[in-house]
Design a protein around this ligand. Structure first.
Ligand code: ZN
Ligand code: ZN
Length: 129
């Protein structure tokens, strides 16, 4: 699908460059560098359109604000930092979930979400303050 407006194109490009799940606020911060004067309402509106167009995935997980990332076919899961409330993508999948299904059940998809503390928030390796 062709992106319709310059705003959609530039916001999509910024999201693609960031290459990780971000909140609309983070996206606005990054997009403002090349599009000064961009507002949060616009970012939300464009994200909604991009989600409808199946170009962007909205990630809604318990305990953290919604994040957005470029839609991809790559199988991946998420790590949620309970401190900074960031969602990070993790690669790899344990698989083998079908064995937990009751007899006669069919699994169509699965989600794996790990909760914890990211490196930046870890008292051992993280922030200096
Ligand atoms: Zn963190
Ligand atoms: Zn998986």
């Amino acid at each position: 699908m062709q992106l319709k407006t310059t705003q959609q194109t530039s916001i999509f490009r910024v999201l693609d460059t960031l290459n990780r799940p971000v909140t609309p606020q983070e996206l606005l911060g990054a997009a403002s560098i090349e599009s000064p004067g961009l507002g949060l309402a616009t970012v939300y509106r464009v994200l909604k359109k991009l989600v409808e167009a199946d170009r962007v995935q909205k990630i809604e997980l318990a305990g953290v604000p919604p994040h957005y990332e470029v839609q991809s076919d790559k199988h991946h899961h998420f790590f949620v930092c309970e401190d900074c409330q960031r969602i990070l993508e993790i690669t790899g999948c344990p698989g083998g979930f079908k064995k937990f299904l009751p007899e006669g059940f069919t699994m169509t998809s699965h989600e794996v979400i790990l909760y914890g503390i990211c490196r930046d928030c870890s008292p051992l390796t993280g922030k200096e303050n």
